[in-house]
Structure formats: structure tokens, C-alpha cells
Design a protein around this ligand. Structure first.
Ligand code: DX5
Ligand code: ZN
Length: 214
């Protein structure tokens, strides 16, 4: 299992310390949540902080844009160190063009789906996607309760990917912990984001191991 700890739950006043903790962990990715106070009711951090994290991070930079009009910032996030760049389906009028642009800038392209958005909307772009991020909470905040309906969405998406013969990864984000990781893996998840479960755990390295070995 790919583990992508979300630095949204890190201590922002000790960000380098927390990034170095992740470097020393068995996590493969590092999840960066960008919020604009417009697409979601919260503001997190933006480009300079992403670049500062990238300077120290030895893990794959997995950037999740919860912003309207993400097309405006694709080149900036490339320059800030993003390797996977994920935009929201609900924020893109010309999603296919956005995906093309992410690829043209040398990044892997992901699309995130809010809990209310069915996976079927991705049918005609799935062949172009490196990643689908299924939100298992309503985006905007860490520490929310996992939505149980997510399992069936993952299964449905996995079926679509297998039928098409694609290599698209399924990532799940929100309320992931040591108790639901195994069920998420069984449903078809390839990567799990975890914020609170990792950073509020008394042993974050162990929390990461638990998810990785689920
Ligand atoms: C929520 C963010 C998540 C968040 C997950 O909008 O996209 O990445 O950090 O946090 P937890 O794991 O605490 O639910
Ligand atoms: Zn996220």
C-alpha cells in the first residue's frame, strides 16, 4: 500500500522537523493539501510553503488542489515541486484540457471526486489519468469521520479501471486510519492519505507502518 501522510495535520511551526520525520518513515508519498477558501471553506497554505516542503522532502510530492480554476497554477505547482497534481472534477469546466496541461508540464495527473460525485463521470477521461482521488470526507478539514459509502465507490472505480486495462491508481483521502485501511485495500485502493491518524498518533512511524502493511 502506498501511504501518503497529509502535512495538513503537521505542526506548521515545526514543518521541517515533521517533513524529516516523514523522510525517516516508510511512507512513499507526501500529501500536500492546497485550499483557497473558495472551493472549500478553509484556507491552508500555497505555493511558497509547497516549495519549502519540496526542498526537504525525499518522498513523492502528491499535491491535492482544492481550488477553483486550477489551470492558472499548473506551471507554478510544477515549479514548486509537485510530481502528482490532482485537481477536483467539480472545479474544472474543461477537465480534459486540464489533464493535458498537467501532463504537458511533466507531472502525473490526478482527478479528485467529492463524496457526492459518482465515479461514472470519469468514464471518458479515465484512460488519461494516472490517479483518481476518492474523497471519503467532504474536503476542507482534517480529522473528519470517514464516509462508509466510499467502499462501494472504490469497487466500482476499480472495475472500470480493470475493464479498460488502465494503470490508474486509486487514492482515498479523509478519515483513513488503522481500522479501515484493510477494508479500503480490499475494495481496491492503491494509495491512502492519512493526516490526523499519523500526526496525532503517539508513534507516527508506527501509524504509517500500520497503514502500509494493512
Ligand atoms: C481534507 C484533505 C485531507 C486531510 C485528511 O480536505 O484533503 O487530505 O488532510 O485528513 P484526515 O486524514 O485527518 O482525515
Ligand atoms: Zn487531501
Amino acid at each position: 500500500m502506498i501511504v501518503s501522510p497529509s502535512v495538513l495535520s503537521a505542526d506548521f511551526a515545526n514543518l521541517q522537523r515533521d517533513v524529516e520525520m516523514l523522510n525517516a518513515s516508510s511512507a512513499q508519498w507526501i500529501h500536500i493539501d492546497i485550499m483557497d477558501g473558495e472551493f472549500v471553506p478553509n484556507i491552508s497554505f500555497g505555493l511558497p510553503v509547497t516549495a519549502a516542503i519540496a526542498k526537504h522532502a525525499k518522498k513523492v510530492m502528491d499535491v491535492h488542489l482544492m481550488i477553483i480554476n486550477p489551470d492558472r497554477y499548473i506551471v507554478d505547482f510544477k515549479n514548486a515541486g509537485a510530481e502528482y497534481l490532482t485537481v477536483h472534477f467539480e472545479a474544472c469546466t474543461h477537465l480534459h484540457r486540464t489533464i493535458q496541461s498537467i501532463h504537458a508540464h511533466g507531472m502525473k495527473a490526478g482527478v479528485a471526486l467529492n463524496p457526492h460525485t459518482p465515479v461514472s463521470v470519469l468514464k471518458d477521461v479515465l484512460c488519461d489519468l494516472d490517479l483518481v482521488l476518492i474523497m471519503s470526507v467532504n474536503p476542507g478539514f482534517g480529522g473528519q469521520t470517514f464516509i462508509e459509502r466510499t467502499y462501494s465507490k472504490i469497487k466500482e472505480l476499480k472495475q472500470m479501471i480493470l475493464e479498460g486495462g488502465y494503470n490508474t491508481l486509486i487514492e482515498v483521502d479523509g478519515g483513513v486510519n488503522g481500522d479501515n485501511a484493510t477494508l479500503l485495500k480490499e475494495a481496491g485502493a492503491d494509495a491512502l492519505v492519512a493526516g490526523n491518524y499519523v500526526f496525532k498518533h503517539n508513534n507516527p512511524l508506527e501509524a504509517i507502518e500500520t497503514i502500509k502493511n494493512c
